[in-house]
Design a protein around this ligand. Structure first.
Ligand code: ATP
Length: 300
C-alpha cells in the first residue's frame, strides 16, 4: 500500500507543479499572447528582489526593425509605488508590460529591477517575481479553491481562504451551494468577467510577488463589480510595486504616478490632481471619458 501510495503521491505532486507552471504561462499568455522571443544569457544569474525598484533607461523597441514603437523611454518606478500607464489605443502600454516581463528585449537601452539588468537574469527568476493579472483569465476546469491554490501549491488551506477573502470573493463563494468546491472553467459554473478577474487576483495574492502587472479589462463592468475589483486590487497592490495598464481613468485616480503615453513616448507624468491642473493630454482624456460616462447615464 505504501509502495503504491508513494508513486501516486509523487505523480500528484508533479501534476500540481505542472498546473502551477501552466497557471504562470497562462497568465503570461493572457496578457501577452506571444511566445518568448528571448533566451537566457550563458552567465545569467537569478534575480534577487529586495525592494522592487524598476527603471527603464533610454529604452527603444520595435516589433520589427522597420517601425519603432517605444522611443528612448525613461521611467523610474519606486519600490511599492502604484503606477498607471494610460494613453490612447496603440500608444504602447502593453508593449511596456511585455518588455518588463522580458518577452522581448529592447533594441537599445535597458530595464533594471533593483539594479539588475533584466537581460542578465534568468527568465524564470524574473517571472517568478512578477505577478500578472490579465484582462481575461482562462480558468482551469477545476474548483474555485484549486484555481486560487495554483498560485502557490505550498500554501495551506487557510492561506487560500485568506486570499479568497482579500480578493473580495468570500461572499460570492459562500452563496454557491458547493462553495469553494464549485467547479468553474469551460465545463463548470459560468462566472462573470469581474469574478474571473477576482479569482486571478486571489491566485496572485497567494503567489505574493513583489512586482505586479495588472491589465485592466477594457469592457466596462457594472459599478458593483467595478468596486469589488478595485477593492481587491487595493489589497493586491498594497506594499508591492504595481503597474496598471489602465483604460478607464476613473479607476486610477489614486495612483502614485500616472504615466501618459503617446506614440511610445512619455508625454506627461504626475498624479491625477497635478495632471488635471496642467490641462494637457491627460486632462483632455479625462474630460472625454467623463463626458462619455454622463452620456451613458443619460441613455439609461
Ligand atoms: P491598447 O490600449 O489598444 O491595448 P496599447 O497602448 O497597449 O493599446 P500596444 O499593444 O503596446 O498598445 O501597441 C503599441 C503599437 O505596437 C501599436 O501600434 C500596435 O499595433 C503595435 N503592436 C502591438 N503588438 C504587436 C505585435 N505583436 N507585432 C507588431 N506590432 C505590434
Amino acid at each position: 500500500m505504501i509502495q503504491l501510495f508513494i508513486p501516486l503521491n509523487f505523480l500528484g505532486f508533479v501534476y500540481r507543479e505542472v498546473r502551477r507552471a501552466v497557471a504562470d504561462v497562462e497568465n503570461m499568455l493572457g496578457l501577452l499572447n506571444r511566445k518568448p522571443a528571448v533566451t537566457d544569457s550563458d552567465n545569467a544569474t537569478d534575480l534577487v528582489v529586495h525592494q522592487g525598484h524598476v527603471v527603464f533607461e533610454n529604452v527603444c523597441f520595435g516589433y520589427s526593425t522597420e517601425r519603432t514603437i517605444i522611443h528612448d523611454l525613461n521611467l523610474e518606478i519606486l519600490p511599492g509605488q502604484k503606477v498607471a500607464l494610460v494613453g490612447h489605443s496603440g500608444s504602447g502600454k502593453s508593449t511596456l508590460a511585455r518588455l518588463m516581463f522580458r518577452f522581448y528585449d529592447p533594441s537599445s537601452g535597458r530595464i533594471k529591477v533593483d539594479d539588475q539588468c533584466i537581460a542578465d537574469v534568468t527568465q524564470s527568476s524574473l517571472r517568478s517575481h512578477i505577478g500578472v493579472v490579465p484582462q481575461d483569465t482562462v480558468l482551469f476546469n477545476d474548483t474555485i479553491f484549486n484555481n486560487v491554490w495554483y498560485g502557490n501549491t505550498r500554501a495551506s488551506d487557510a492561506d487560500v481562504w485568506r486570499a479568497i477573502e482579500m480578493a473580495h470573493l468570500g461572499e460570492f463563494v459562500r452563496q454557491l451551494p458547493k462553495g469553494a468546491d464549485t467547479l468553474v472553467g469551460e465545463r463548470g459554473l459560468k462566472v462573470s468577467g469581474g469574478e474571473k478577474q477576482r479569482i486571478a487576483i486571489a491566485r496572485t495574492l497567494l503567489k505574493d510577488p513583489p512586482i505586479l502587472i495588472f491589465d485592466e479589462a477594457t469592457s466596462a463592468l457594472d459599478s458593483r463589480a467595478e468596486k469589488a475589483i478595485l477593492d481587491a486590487m487595493e489589497e493586491l497592490s498594497r506594499n508591492r510595486t504595481t503597474v496598471v495598464i489602465a483604460h478607464r481613468l476613473s479607476t486610477i485616480v489614486n495612483a502614485d504616478l500616472i504615466v501618459v503615453l503617446e506614440h511610445g513616448r512619455v508625454c506627461e507624468l504626475g498624479t491625477h490632481g497635478e495632471l488635471l491642473v496642467s490641462g494637457g493630454p491627460y486632462a483632455e482624456l479625462w474630460q472625454m471619458q467623463q463626458q462619455q460616462e454622463s452620456e451613458k447615464l443619460l441613455k439609461k
